[in-house]
Design a protein around this ligand. Sequence first.
Ligand code: MN3
Length: 199
Amino acid sequence: MSFKLPELPYAYDSLAPYMSKETLEFHHDKHHLAYVDNGNKAIAGTPYENLSLEEICKKAFAEKNAPIINNAGQHYNHIHFWQWMKKGGGGKKLPGKLQAMVDKDLGGYDKMRTDFVQAGVTQFGSGWAWITVKDGKLAIAKTPNGENPLMHGATPILGVDVWEHSYYIDYRNARPKYLEAWFDNLVNWEYVEAMLGKV
Ligand code: MN3
C-alpha cells in the first residue's frame, strides 16, 4: 500500500496549551508528511508495496532496511499518535478492560504513569515510549528513532513521541514536563482501549 498523510482528527489549536497549534502544524504538516513522501519513495517498485503498513514495519526490521524502518515506522507511529491525543484527554478514569489490565500487569494507574514517563525521559536521543501488549500482558517499553513495538514482537496500544520536534516549541528542553503534561491532559484513553480490543 502507498502511504497517505491522514488529516488530524481535531483542529490544530484544540490541544493547547499542552501542545500548541504551531507544534501541530510543523509536526503533522512537515514532519509526518516527510515520512509519508520518503516512505513512498523507499517502497516504490519493491515487494513492500503489496503489504499492509504493519507488515511493512515487521519485514523492514527483519531485513534491516533502515530507510523503510524509519519512514514506514514513523508513518505508523504518527497515524496513531494523532489519535492517542484529544482535547480534554488524560485523567485517571480508564475504560474497564484497560483498567483491569493496568491493575494486573502494570501495578495500577500511578505506577503506570511513573514508569511510562520514565521510559520517555530515559530514551536517549529521539524515539518513543510505549504501552504494549506482548504475550497477552501489558508492558512499558521504549524504542529509538522510527522503530516501534511491532518490530519487537509486541503490539502498541499507547505511544508518545519524544523526538524534540514534538515538544521543543512548547517545552524547550524540558522533556519530563512535556511527558507529564501529555499524560495528564491529552491521552485519549478510549482509543487506547479500542487498540487493546483489536490485539
Ligand atoms: Mn514525530
